[in-house]
Ligand binder design. Structure first.
Ligand SMILES: O=C(CO)[C@H](O)[C@H](O)COP(=O)(O)O
Length: 262
């Protein structure tokens, strides 16, 4: 159902009999609320990292809309995937890349998991490498999620931790990853795309999805060990990168900033 709502206002009162009954927002509506809130951080003249995925798509749409309305000017977008590049171009957002703009003012992107310290898992959409490069080059990185993405420990939720690997002898690399993380109840599966063929990233690589049963403990140590394996290009743990996380839930929007517990 399409809602006519002020995206930044969520409230309903059981006492107000004249009000319509409380509306249950869909996950996509929550994503849109978080995205619209994040776009409030955007100012004219900024270089913007444009994220990938169904939540980030709302932010890119909103930026396009504000540009069209003349409420934002002189924006340069740096897309984190070919898909976002296509979307941004279709909205008339001027685009560039990290070579021309090695410092980005603000990136806005979704995440698959967010822990209480604002560590993330990203990449279930397959764009983790470009996302990490672009978001790592950003002065401010705002993450937008609905509340289902909040977890106690990243990686241990039986959802995938994606790892981008080179296609050359991928079974060898997948086996090394499996062995490395076997203490956490690890399964490592090659991600498949259309017609059961390997999913290929925008960089021509494959993705191995690691399914873990246990909390990985010291994430920095695990991250370094994964990255040391020859054949691994990057993984989807984004440690200590997010400046702010905007969480949209049934009871409103929460904003968590790095190094605060609010
Ligand atoms: O990391 C990503 C893509 O590589 C996405 O940001 C992440 O998968 C969240 O996606 P969605 O907003 O569709 O839930």
């Amino acid at each position: 159902m399409a809602l006519a709502y002020d995206p930044l206002f969520i409230s309903s009162s059981a006492m107000d009999v004249a009000s319509p009954p409380p509306m249950i927002l869909t996950q996509d509506e929550l994503k849109r609320i978080a995205a619209y809130k994040a776009v409030e951080f955007v100012e004219s003249g900024m270089v913007l990292g444009l994220g990938t995925g169904s939540t980030a798509k709302h932010a890119v749409d909103r930026i396009g809309e504000l540009l069209r309305q003349g409420k934002l000017e002189n924006i340069v977008g740096i897309p984190t995937s070919k898909k976002t590049q296509e979307q941004a171009l279709s909205l008339g957002i001027p685009l560039s890349d990290l070579d021309a703009h090695p410092v980005i003012d603000l990136s806005i992107d979704g995440a698959d998991e967010v822990d209480p310290y604002l560590n993330l898992v990203k990449g279930r959409g397959g764009s983790l490498l470009r996302e990490k490069m672009i978001e790592g080059a950003s002065k401010k990185f705002v993450v937008i999620v609905d509340e289902s993405k909040m977890v106690k420990h990243i990686g241990g939720s039986k959802l995938a931790l994606p790892v981008e690997i080179v296609p050359f002898c991928w079974k060898f690399t997948a086996e090394k990853l499996r062995n490395l993380l076997e203490g956490y109840g690890c399964e490592a599966n090659l991600r498949l795309g259309e017609k059961e063929k390997p999913f290929v990233t925008d960089n021509g690589n494959y993705i191995v999805d690691m399914y873990l049963e246990e909390d990985m403990g010291d994430l920095g140590v695990v991250s370094d060990s994964i990255l040391r394996l020859p054949g691994v290009v990057e993984h989807g743990m984004f440690l200590d990168m997010a400046s702010t996380v905007i969480i949209a839930g049934e009871h409103g929007v929460k904003i968590k900033n790095k190094h605060t517990s609010t």
